[in-house]
Design a protein around this ligand. Structure first.
Ligand code: FAD
Ligand code: EPU
Length: 341
């Protein structure tokens, strides 16, 4: 275990933003984590602020990090239990998400297929209750273990404890900054319950010529759709959707719909409608916009991109301009989904 000083975080965030971490270390188990948390600068008797990093695919760095950045590399995938209907798979927080998905697909364990190809690590999957194509982590979640940074002990969280919502969990809200997730256990199905309600999936399955539905075919359809519109961070820096899709009440939606008949919205619980933020942003003329190396993706307006050397603040300022213009045109407030550091 080594603590390095003044390390560039460019390769540790998918936006590819160049910032420096005062101190940086990797941990592969809980006792290493516990030991690292004791680290203090020689000139300082206080514990440093700590930032936990997974795959860095949902973070925008806007400044150097004057603390201790700890990269979670706890590995291991294990089937820990099964019953007639389910298998329980426990993954170390540092396992790559899509590799876990592929491993479960190979074993014919169903539940992850719609969540294929989401970047990042398993440890972050409950942080914002990752979701795609009609499925969220909460649908396959069983429990997780997390290390309490102050009390230095492991705490178990079940489904209810996590308070999952749309791109939300207790770890992003009232317990923010208090825990390091060390492992997550998922409950997968032995018999698949196919979820192809999300329009584009059926269309893609048809284009693929799939005759018999399988979790492998759904996974491939999702991968194809994602590749067709989302930029690959290895080629263009980004963190996926930069904003959440905003929810407004049905009455307001009707008013907007009268003025903008092509507005895209989906009814959600309690008389609310979820708007496609990508549509709102595109209508404001941002799709394909570029200023310096900061831009709005040309195939998916909800994704902000770094074409090479953008500073985090340039991306952040662009996101502010987008929020303002959507507010001016539609009276709808966009909320950033990406974690701003
Ligand atoms: P990081 O970016 O490293 O961290 C995210 C946050 O969680 C940070 O605040 C960090 O401090 C904290 N954190 C990370 N690990 C831990 C831990 N073990 N314990 C405590 N805190 C921790 N997301 C979706 O939901 N759906 C999508 O379809 C989707 N598509 C994407 C497509 C692209 C091209 C990209 C680049 C991103 C996409 N994302 C999507 C966002 C991202 O992939 C997810 O949010 C992912 O779960 C982030 O994982 P990570 O390990 O990279 O987290
Ligand atoms: N749209 C436009 N213009 C655009 C982009 C989208 O008009 O430039 C409209 C289209 O009508 C399209 C609709 O918005 O049909 C929805 O677009 P898409 O299916 O691409 O999904 P999204 O709502 O933009 C959400 C998630 C994604 C997730 C996909 C698929 C959020 C914030 N984003 O995007 O998650 O992969 O659905 O389920 O909920 C992420 O969180 O990082 C992420 C990529």
């Amino acid at each position: 275990m080594q603590i390095s000083e003044n390390i560039s975080l460019k390769k540790y965030n998918t936006f590819g933003i160049e910032v420096i971490a005062g101190h940086f270390a990797v941990f592969t188990n809980e006792s290493e984590l516990s030991e690292l948390l004791e680290f203090k600068k020689p000139t300082n008797t206080h514990q440093q602020p700590v930032l936990i990093l997974g795959g860095g695919s949902n973070i925008l760095f806007t400044k150097n990090v004057d603390g201790l950045v700890l990269k979670n590399e706890i590995k291991g995938i294990e089937k820990i239990n099964e019953d007639e209907e389910h298998v329980y798979v426990k993954a170390g927080a540092g396992e790559n998400w899509h590799e876990l998905v592929l491993y479960c697909l190979q074993n014919n364990w169903a539940g992850f297929e719609n969540l294929s190809l989401i970047p990042g690590n398993t440890g972050a999957s409950p942080m914002q209750n990752i979701g795609a194509y009609g499925v969220e982590i909460k649908d396959v979640f069983y429990q997780l273990e997390a290390f309490h940074l102050q009390e230095k002990k492991i705490v178990n969280f079940g489904l209810k404890d996590c308070e999952f919502g749309y791109r939300e969990s207790v770890f992003k809200a009232k317990l923010k900054g208090q825990f390091v997730i060390t492992s997550v256990t998922y409950r997968l199905n032995k018999t698949p319950q196919f979820n192809t309600n999300y329009g584009a999936i059926n269309q893609e399955l048809e284009a693929m010529g799939v005759k018999e539905l399988s979790i492998q075919a759904i996974s491939q359809a999702v991968i194809n759709i994602r590749r067709s519109k989302l930029p690959n961070p290895a080629e263009i820096g980004n963190a996926g959707s930069f904003f959440k899709n905003p929810e407004i009440d049905a009455v307001n939606f009707e008013k907007l719909n009268e003025i903008h008949p092509s507005i895209v919205g989906y009814p959600v619980a309690k008389g609310m409608v979820k708007l496609a933020a990508g549509w709102l942003i595109e209508q404001c003329g941002w799709k394909g916009y570029r200023k310096g190396d900061a831009g709005c993706h040309s195939r998916q307006a909800l994704v902000l991109v770094n074409y090479g050397h953008a500073a985090g603040n340039e991306i952040y300022n662009l996101s502010g301009e987008i929020i303002q213009s959507v507010q001016d045109k539609f009276g709808v407030l966009l909320e950033r989904e990406v974690n701003i550091i």
